[in-house]
Ligand binder design. Structure first.
Ligand SMILES: *[C@@H]1O[C@H](CO)[C@@H](O)[C@H](O)[C@H]1NC(C)=O
Ligand SMILES: *[C@@H]1O[C@H](CO)[C@@H](O)[C@H](O)[C@H]1NC(C)=O
Ligand SMILES: *[C@@H]1O[C@H](CO)[C@@H](O)[C@H](O)[C@H]1NC(C)=O
Ligand SMILES: *[C@@H]1O[C@H](CO)[C@@H](O)[C@H](O)[C@H]1NC(C)=O
Ligand SMILES: *[C@@H]1O[C@H](CO)[C@@H](O)[C@H](O)[C@H]1NC(C)=O
Length: 443
């Protein structure tokens, strides 16, 4: 390997599943989030600076070293941002993204909506299932899923997870037993690194660097580190005024490069996901389907649309676990009762009985609007008649929308143009109209 000049006394030869040696002499720094800011601490000089101020509720972060980009999630806005330009990378269909991980080799971002993290070649995640808290692993395309650790003792809230690429181990913290554990990638060789320490009284996130494990702690509001094998030499790296969330050590040794570089899409038309055995799988973004060559994605608009109280999903008809469109969820959805679509304009329409609105959006998640019934009527405002709109149907031929409504006085079936104009009641004096379908071809 190489020799590094002071003060960058870091030198690593790392072999990982892609059979590579990495030699690097860059100064490391810690980045961490404390909900409203992302801060950076120089590990050698101990100085800290604010990288990103003015955030709302930032929990998870990760970086792409080669692109010099930092990614973070915002659970108020449910978005994922990269640092370089502050543009939103993934804006739609995230339900409280708490875990986030960048695949620096293939250039993909992974996130989990509850808790989880991953490493190169292998995706690792934690599951807080009350009866069976566990850590699972799969290839980065989701193949070969298996449980590698089952929590049987006093643990049960595996909170943070990280990979020790040098030792080929995973390291995690458990917020119930307030402990740090380490095990091989297959779950063998389990070690309890540290437990019951003052600065480990409610750990939230964990990372590694060199011979040390770093974590954030909510009860003491600290960032601390200790020896990664013995848990000895617990040292406070920084105290914070507010609860610290995720942390990362920004250094090339934390993103070792493979010999086989997948430059972006590789042989795939869209997403390339690394598998075990140096193979890869191609995957497709929403509204596209993988063709039989297993490489090319083609646009396709056939999916099963369904509504649950606080969610609208469109799933692949053959594989109902595969989300075909982004999911619409809170805060746009409150209590949805009915959903229909207009294939001509690629829109879905739904009725929300709690907010008493009908809304529509494009199936790609953009262009969400509240359906208003007074838009182009001759100046006078027409009451929208939306209470208890349990029935809704799009007439795709005449371009009208029908819906049912009832309250103490008016119980009726309404109609308007799809743009909201010319609202009228077609049938009145009903009792409790509920469901509605149309057959426009028969008039
Ligand atoms: C990113 O990776 C490419 C290919 O290995 C390399 O040529 C380039 O210098 C790297 N860029 C940075 C900023 O490290
Ligand atoms: C603890 O840290 C000190 C100073 O960094 C070092 O000299 C000592 O060897 C460390 N002890 C252990 C057990 O790692
Ligand atoms: C990896 O390769 C081995 C031997 O070639 C094979 O048995 C195994 O199924 C492969 N694993 C995957 C996930 O393809
Ligand atoms: C949602 O709407 C259904 C049907 O009107 C109603 O029974 C239920 O109480 C509502 N739930 C909430 C949380 O408003
Ligand atoms: C979403 O779909 C609409 C209608 O097909 C289209 O006009 C719009 O450009 C799309 N937006 C994005 C971001 O793809």
């Amino acid at each position: 390997c190489c020799l590094c000049p002071v003060p960058y006394h870091i030198m690593y030869c790392i072999t990982l599943c892609l059979h590579v040696a990495v030699c690097t002499c860059k100064a490391p720094f810690i980045i961490f989030s404390n909900r409203h800011e992302i801060r950076r601490i120089d590990l050698h000089k101990g100085e800290f600076s604010v990288l990103v101020p003015g955030l709302r509720n930032t929990i998870a972060l990760d970086f792409h070293l080669n692109q010099s980009t930092l990614y973070w999630t915002d659970v108020v806005e449910d978005k994922i941002y990269p640092l370089t330009s502050f543009e939103v990378v993934i804006q739609y269909g995230l339900a409280t993204p708490e875990g986030l991980a960048v695949d620096w080799i293939a250039g993909n971002i992974y996130w989990v909506e509850i808790t989880g993290m991953y490493s190169s070649c292998i995706l690792f995640w934690t599951d807080w299932d009350a009866s069976l808290p566990r850590i699972e692993a799969a290839s980065m395309s989701g193949e070969g899923r298996r449980t590698i650790h089952r929590e049987t003792g006093s643990g049960g809230w595996p909170n943070g997870l990280t990979v020790d690429y040098m030792e080929r181990r995973i390291v995690w913290i458990d917020a119930r037993s307030d402990a740090i554990y380490s095990a091989m990638y297959d779950g063998s060789g389990l070690i309890e690194v540290l437990r019951g320490h003052e600065y480990l009284s409610h750990p939230f996130a964990v990372t590694m660097y060199g011979g040390e494990v770093y974590w954030t702690d909510w009860r003491t509001n600290t960032l601390a580190k200790a020896n990664k094998w013995t848990g000895h030499n617990v040292t406070v790296v920084q105290r914070t005024n507010t609860q610290p969330f995720d942390l990362q050590v920004y250094h090339p040794s934390r993103q070792p490069q493979g010999t086989r570089r997948l430059d972006g899409k590789g042989p795939c038309s869209h997403l390339c996901l690394i598998n075990f055995n140096q193979t890869f799988s191609c995957a497709c973004p929403h509204l596209m389907k993988l063709q039989s060559d297993k490489r090319t994605c083609k646009e396709s608009r056939k999916f099963l649309l369904y509504a649950r109280q606080i969610e609208i999903r469109g799933v692949d008809i053959d594989n109902p676990y595969y989300n075909y469109i982004i999911s619409f969820t809170v805060p746009d959805i409150d209590n949805v009762t009915v959903v229909d679509y207009d294939a001509v304009e690629h829109r879905i329409y739904w009725s929300d009985v709690r907010t008493q609105t009908i809304k529509r959006a494009f199936i790609n998640g953009t262009g969400q609007q509240i359906f208003k019934t007074n838009l182009f009527d001759c100046g006078s405002e027409i009451p929208p008649d939306l209470p208890n709109a349990h029935g809704l149907a799009v007439d795709w031929v005449s371009r009208n929308l029908f819906w049912t409504s009832y309250d103490a006085n008016k119980k009726q079936i309404n109609v308007a143009r799809l743009d909201g104009s010319f609202k009228n009641a077609v049938i009145q004096g009903l009792d409790k109209p509920h469901c509605l379908v149309v057959h426009p071809l028969l008039g």
